[in-house]
Design a protein around this ligand. Sequence first.
Ligand SMILES: Cc1cc2nc3c(=O)[nH]c(=O)nc-3n(C[C@H](O)[C@H](O)[C@H](O)COP(=O)(O)OP(=O)(O)OC[C@H]3O[C@@H](n4cnc5c(N)ncnc54)[C@H](O)[C@@H]3O)c2cc1C
Length: 264
Amino acid sequence: MNNEAPDRHAFTRVRHEVVRRTLRVTARQQLTPRMLRILFESSDLAGFHSPSPDDHIKIFLPGQGEAAPAMRDFTPRAWNIEAGSFTLDFALHPKGPAVEWAHNARIGDTLEIGGPRGSNVAPSDFDWYLLVGDATALPSIARRMESLPGNTPVHVVALVAGPEEQPYLAPSPSQHVTWLHQAGSLAAGSSVADSTAGQLPRLLEAINHAKPPTGDGFIWVGAENTLARGIYRHVVDTLAHPPEWTKAAAYWSQGEADGGGSIS
Ligand SMILES: Cc1cc2nc3c(=O)[nH]c(=O)nc-3n(C[C@H](O)[C@H](O)[C@H](O)COP(=O)(O)OP(=O)(O)OC[C@H]3O[C@@H](n4cnc5c(N)ncnc54)[C@H](O)[C@@H]3O)c2cc1C
């Protein structure tokens, strides 16, 4: 006889009507050297719904000069429908329409967004949560840290450029962050971008240490494509974590524009 409650650890899929909205920049906040927060106002937010911390919206970037218009995926970091406010956090990297738009954004500039199209909402009844990501996933990780019940054990493994990026997360007493610094691990002459795939062994080692040995846990991964795939295989194949309790997504792909996509 199966004594498990049927809805234990049940994920909920939600489809949303896709609505396009216009945001207007009200402020810029340089949170850390590589994380730029843009605050917006909008009169279009009625009905905006983002029930999962790993939801994404599309931002629509107008073409400039010879550049074609572009769409990129971003995490709705915070919003308040009554106040008409909306927040996006941009992990700065050398080149791309989204990061360049954020870098040049001035108060009064507008940005079109669409979505989210759908959400896959993880339950809050796991014994623990292990969240693994690079700088692009920190907005989602921060949302999940803020939304889980107060005393839930949360372990984060975060790959960032250096210690100056750490203030972005504000862990509560039941939340622990293992920071890995990319710049400090570089071989002489290589750039942060070149070294991305080489970070996998360090990430796997940190995950092995951070994963609690017992209890039911949810493992979430958001990172560069090669890293996210390598972490997913390790978690499911080597650590034998149940695939249905593991969600991984490529948040970007080295050398490829708009390279995000889900893995599991
Ligand atoms: C579900 C989801 C949610 C996301 N949420 C956020 C978010 O809230 N904040 C955020 O900053 N990003 C987020 N991302 C990642 C973001 O969509 C990508 O980094 C995107 O490629 C940035 O677009 P771009 O126009 O700046 O660069 P692109 O034109 O897409 O890429 C140009 C070049 O830059 C490289 N590149 C792209 N991103 C990075 C990076 N982070 N570091 C180094 N090189 C890079 C590419 O490989 C390519 O060679 C999210 C992605 C997904 C899938």
